[in-house]
Ligand binder design. Structure first.
Ligand code: ADP
Ligand code: ZN
Length: 307
């Protein structure tokens, strides 16, 4: 660590906050706390950073990769605020201000998926590839795009989990989807971890790899991948999140992607090319933290470009 600047990072999720300290390219220490109400969660996260300051010295800046929707545009007065969310107590909570006030350091905020993509692009499955799509399939579904090193955001960050897709006719009778906004009308409502649990009514790791539930899942995720492919033509699609620990999903998704595409992309790609095009994360659990360290370091050194 000799002489290297130390930064803080938080992967702020709906179920857990993963708090880390490290340099601009490596994690030195990490702790995980449960996400409860905003005040208690912030207070407990700060106790970790207090302890790290004693052990490691000054923390220069903090990067937060937050669940969305969250204001990620530093030019906006509500930069760093969580926006509309059904998570109790979190709607419109100013997470950036809460940490700035308590820790007295500059705080940079982006989405959890944008942070994970930044890290996968630099050190992971997207290394050396210029047009990337990253999708996480966990408690929710989120996506991030990068073209030539730049994250693609519009007036807000992408919300790919709420892409409206058609429910399959062979989906489980009585299953009504889990999205509080779109029910079974969007990919998060149909294919997030909670959607799988609602159908399976059993822990997901106990489901056999040949369960029809996984075939449905692969079909919905393939639709999401294909739709984003048709919009932005990424060279690589990186899939992460708890659900994607089911590695048998990858060949199923590639097969469904190819079938749903139905020959349209034959001039540009082949079915065998999908093996290297639709791939798992390479940084496993650490991409979000590494990306959050990256935005902290980048923000600390140059506040004008990375959003
Ligand atoms: P979060 O989305 O809350 O940040 P994760 O990406 O770990 O966290 O996703 C949690 C979801 O992933 C839960 O819905 C859980 O059921 C599901 N999940 C976790 N482990 C597995 C697994 N081994 N196989 C399938 N699904 C899993
Ligand atoms: Zn939705």
């Amino acid at each position: 660590m000799d002489g290297q600047a130390i930064f803080g990072a938080i992967e702020a999720g709906g179920t857990k906050f993963v708090c880390s300290v490290g340099t601009d390219n490596s994690i030195v220490a990490t702790t995980t706390i449960e996400t409860t109400d905003p005040e208690e969660t912030v207070a407990r996260a700060c106790l970790f950073f207090d302890k790290m300051r004693v052990e490691m010295g000054c923390i220069r800046a903090l990067g937060i990769g937050a669940f969305g929707p969250v204001q990620i545009d530093p030019s906006q007065s509500n930069y760093g605020c969580i926006l509309e969310t059904p998570k109790p107590g979190w709607a419109y909570f100013d997470i950036r201000k809460a940490f700035m006030d308590r820790l007295a350091v500059p705080v940079w905020v982006n989405t959890d998926v944008n942070c994970a993509l930044l890290a996968e692009a630099k050190w992971g499955a997207g290394e050396g590839v210029s047009k990337l799509l990253y999708i996480t399939v966990g408690t929710g579904i989120g996506g991030a795009l990068m073209h030539d090193g730049e994250l693609i955001n519009g007036w807000s960050h992408p919300e790919m989990g709420h892409m409206l897709i058609a429910r399959r006719k062979d989906d489980v009778v009585g299953f009504s989807g889990v999205c509080p906004y779109h029910g079974d009308g969007c990919v998060e409502g149909l294919a997030s971890g909670p959607a799988l649990l609602a159908r399976a009514k059993a822990p997901l790791h106990t489901l056999a790899a040949d369960s029809p539930i996984w075939e449905l899942e692969a079909s919905y995720l393939a639709t999401l991948c294909l739709n984003v492919m048709m919009v932005s033509m990424p060279q690589k699609i990186i899939l992460g999140g708890g659900v994607m620990q089911q590695s048998h999903l990858f060949p199923k998704i590639r097969k469904n992607f190819w079938q749903q595409c139905n020959g349209y992309l034959n001039g540009g790609i082949s079915e065998s090319a999908l093996e290297n095009m639709i791939v798992p994360v390479a940084l496993a659990g650490s991409a979000g933290a590494l990306g959050a360290l990256k935005i902290a370091a980048h923000g600390y050194l140059n506040s004008s470009t990375l959003r």
